[in-house]
Design a protein around this ligand. Structure first.
Ligand SMILES: Nc1ncnc2c1ncn2[C@@H]1O[C@H](COP(=O)(O)OP(=O)(O)OP(=O)(O)O)[C@@H](O)[C@H]1O
Ligand SMILES: [Mg+2]
Length: 351
């Protein structure tokens, strides 16, 4: 297991920057999720790490070895990595064991060693009893696990996974996600897992790097990203956060004091006096009585639906900003409501 470091990594395609000055340090044995919307450069970062693309600038260090940088380029097969692509290809005419052992031939391993590693990798992914099956006899999730076993058999120091759970149904995704966590714990390999699904990233990773437009927005533990998003893009992307414009009045002990419409609130956050955003989620909003005193936000219900054992109301507050809040009963469209903000995070509002 090794960590890796990216310094000012840049890659353009036809003049458009897919990866833009990315710097990132990932510890040994981490489970890193690269998270971001479609086209933000996640796959390109993986391909650069794997050596399938050459950077235009910057360096990549794996362990203590520079594998790409000015005047240096280590070929993919010499980087000691495993990679599982979203569209994994298995050889249809080979058995499951044949697919897994294929890449082990030609590496100077004895037949016994190849058999041992193949058996171990299949056992790790829970397919020890399907070694003789052909890919077409397996389910989609089982095939994905064969692709994973094929990478694990190489005993990589770093395992790169590009949306390995996409295309699977929700039950399979949940099962395989649990398996990834177990495999990560058992193999102690550094995992880099690409996803555009923030729930998946929050559930799996020890560290999440959020990318937007080829740039790093924030790299932090899941709880930190959730509680203290560093930018509006992260706030919106994680946990479906909504941004309310506020005026930051002053820093105070325990947070910042903000004016939100007529309400004055003391909120956790990190912003100087001036324009700010208050990031709120449905978990930090509570419906309150219409006559309640200061500190409550006025809004009106746009729609209600029953979800997760309670009603989820779509409410417009302030300048028609949509937020969501749970409540015990259904409310008709247009109903006036007041909301208390019980939790949120304040960030500066840039120019
Ligand atoms: N080989 C290529 N040639 C030209 N443009 C490319 C190439 N590979 C990627 N790009 C462009 O680089 C940008 C980043 O692509 P990338 O595949 O890394 O995104 P992604 O975050 O993996 O997206 P998705 O979630 O849709 O897989 C996109 O604008 C894409 O069109
Ligand atoms: Mg991709």
């Amino acid at each position: 297991m090794v960590g890796f470091r990216l310094d000012g990594l840049t890659k353009s395609f036809g003049g458009a920057r897919a990866v833009d000055g990315l710097s990132l340090e990932v510890a040994d044995g981490a489970f890193l999720a690269l998270l971001g919307p479609s086209g933000c450069g996640k796959t390109t970062v993986l391909r650069l790490l794997a050596g399938l693309e050459r950077p235009d600038g910057g360096t990549i260090t794996i362990g203590d070895r520079v594998v790409a940088g000015p005047g240096t380029f280590v070929e993919p097969e010499d980087r000691g990595l495993g990679m599982v692509f979203q569209s994994y290809a298995l050889w249809p005419h080979m058995s499951v064991a044949g697919n897994v052992s294929f890449a082990l031939h030609g590496k100077g391993l004895s037949a016994a060693e190849i058999a041992t590693r193949t058996g171990e990798a299949l056992a790790l992914v829970g397919l020890g009893d399907r070694a003789a099956a052909r890919p077409h006899q397996l389910s989609g999730g089982q095939r994905q696990r064969v692709a994973l076993a094929r990478s694990l058999a190489l005993r990589p120091k770093l395992l790169l996974l590009d949306e390995p759970l996409a295309n699977l149904d929700p039950a399979l995704r949940t099962g395989l996600a649990a398996e990834f966590r177990r495999l990560h714990a058992e193999t102690r390999t550094t995992f880099v897992f690409v996803t555009h699904d923030q729930a998946e990233a929050l559930a799996l990773a020890t560290t999440i790097a959020v990318l937007d437009g080829g740039r790093l927005q924030q790299c932090a533990a899941p709880e930190e990203l959730w509680r203290r998003p560093a930018s509006p893009a992260v706030a919106r992307f994680i946990g479906d956060g909504r941004l309310l414009p506020v005026d930051v009045i002053r820093r105070a002990s325990g947070g910042v004091e903000v004016a939100l419409g007529a309400a004055r609130l003391l909120m956790p956050g990190d912003a100087p006096a001036g324009p700010g955003w208050l990031c709120v989620r449905r978990q930090g909003l509570v419906l309150t009585d219409a006559g309640s005193p200061d500190g409550a936000l006025a809004g009106s219900v746009r729609a209600s639906r029953f979800e997760g054992g309670a009603y989820l109301h779509d409410v417009a507050v302030g300048d028609d900003i949509p937020v969501e809040v749970h409540g015990p009963v259904s409310l008709p469209p247009g109903a006036p409501v007041r909301l208390h903000v019980t939790d949120g995070w304040v960030i500066p509002r840039g120019p």
